[in-house]
Design a protein around this ligand. Sequence first.
Ligand code: CO
Length: 481
Amino acid sequence: MNPSSFPYGRGFRSLTREIDAPMALAVQGELPSWLAGTLLRTGPSKFEVGNRTYNHWFDGLAMLHRFAFERGSVTYANRFLRSKAFGAAERTGKISFGEFATDPCRTLFGRVAAIFAPKLTDNCNVNVLRFGGETVAFTETTLPMRFDPETLATLGVYGYEGRLRGQVSTAHAHYDAARAQHYSYMVEFGRKSLYRLFRVADDGAQAVVAEIPVDLPAYMHSFAMTERYLVLVEFPMVVSALALKFSGRPFIQNYRWQPGRGLRFHVVDKDSGRVVRSACADAAFAFHHVNAYEEGDGLVIDMIAYPDATIIEQLYLARLREGLPITATGVLTRFRVPLGEAPITRRSLAPMPLELPRINYEVCAGKFYRYVWGTGIQLPGDFLDQIVKIDAEAGDVASWYEGGCYPGEPVFVARPGAEAEDDGVLLSVALDIENDRSFLLVLDATTLAEKARAVAPHAIPFHFHGNYFASAATGEHRDLT
Ligand code: CO
């Protein structure tokens, strides 16, 4: 090992073994007896096709992981998502679809064909939601994929219809329980590009909420939602639709950082579709919004902010596999956006940097909240190596750390009957470098004390997002975005 590197590079090696039949995992400690549901996660798991390697962490072929809980025990299964991107790679031994930072293999003729008929990838390696009545894996195109939450069998594309057209979308749709709707957006590139906000009801009904014309569309990984409003925040990482179509470069390499554009907030009324305010703040970048809510005459919008978009450069595989020092975290930052003419203000809420933020979504989405959980950094320069908790009101912080372990996104699950916002557990998949195995880590969400862990049969590459779905038998509707 290079003395200036960390052992986290193991988390960027391919896992190709599938476990179709759920296998019982040995549990150390005690799983809460009330945990009766399924944690479904997705993430990149195969980084090589034929003799080529994908360029970026976000490019790898998607694998689904399933941890199912019942009466204090847990089983595990994992299967590749059978996307067209996966199928073509298996069949031809070539990277056949363009990903975030990797272009497909092209012959001279194929290159011309690809330019004029770009194939959107359906490699849904970013998030899993219960969406429009189905269990759906998402990436950042308009081709989400349905799958069976019991068997992990791939069922096919979740189709958008009519005016719901576009190429790029988000894996972080929001769920509005009061309206029984998911809200999301897509970007339609063209001679006149636009952002199209839309909703999908629990029964699958789709409708456009609003369309916002844009000259240079921004790269946005997520957006914000309050009880009444949707907020698109345009980071000044922007692309020309023509460059995207004709440059011949991978998707993200067409985007340019133009800080002079600032950070543009578009506040849209959910019900009327009216843009009630568009306003600018100083430039910043983020992948993840944390939460947002209405307060007084304006909105509070919290996100994990970076000064610029160089974080994207740090997540190329060649660099990650070397375990080079990295800064993969931002700062929990609060923007106040008045609905009138007053300027936007911002401040950081806590000194502890983090990523992959989660909240008690079921109770707090779009409303006042206090607690944020996420992954953070204990050793400067290391990859995400601890779980953190931030009290956004008091600024208090707490962490869970174990040397040589790299925990992923902590998914909050409320204890049945809980009254306190943070009464429940966190479920995180952690990689144990020394034992070359991942384990499911269960923490007390209030104190971050370990309650249990269950060792998986292999090392699971670092992945992005997932959600916990309570068993249908309990009659609860849980949809944590
Ligand atoms: Co994300």
